[in-house]
Write a protein that binds this ligand. Sequence first.
Ligand code: 13P
Length: 249
Amino acid sequence: MSTPIIVGNWKMNGLSADSADRAKQIVDSLATVPAAGVEVVVCPPFTQLALLGPLLKDTPVAMGAQDCHKDDKGAHTGDIAPSMLTDLGTTHVILGHSERRRDHEEVDETVREKTVSAMKAGLTPIVCIGETEDQRQSGQTEDTLGWQIKGSLPDGFAGIVAYEPVWAIGTGLAATIEDITNTVAFIRAELVRQFGDAGKSLRILYGGSVDANNAAGILAIPDVAGALVGGASLKPDAFLTIIRAVPAR
Ligand code: 13P
């Protein structure tokens, strides 16, 4: 049975003091009442990784980044290499988030190349897939996810897949339990088709308007290994409630 994992994606929010304060609150709460058996990761903006690295070191909270470049060094102004992330104590990296696919025109091939280089650097990639509202309305959810899985995940993929329906992100409208259950079953079948036995144990997360109220239901879905949380991860109380909603497995 794979270890459940709750990942907070802080996106482009908060200055140093806000992030340090938020991280401390999460660490302190987990020190007082441990969430045994649950991996917890927070992903602050790049500029705060150097600050949060020492703060999170030797705590139950791991640190992730929100992107990385496909190369490990070179002439790429403004980009961040995977080794620069590990250098600061980063262990995870979110890749192919729909906001990067939208804002930076990242395509599956870009995501796959980044995933390869993240794995080489020893990072755990959290690769996001998900259909848009238009794709959902036109019955293309499975085709879209199938292509994204095939295109974004490299051979020998050793990471986490996050199913984030684009229409559910930041809208307060999470997918229904039934929809998540069915879509995660489809994703699992695709992973097994692509990776054989290894595809059986890859963790699949759900993301998209997960909050303190709906987390328990979503996390109780048998093949959902955890959640990728945006807005609610900015509020320590809500994030901790989500962490504590992970059922014992
Ligand atoms: P929200 O939880 O704010 O919907 O964001 C989800 C997300 O995009 C996490 O990566």
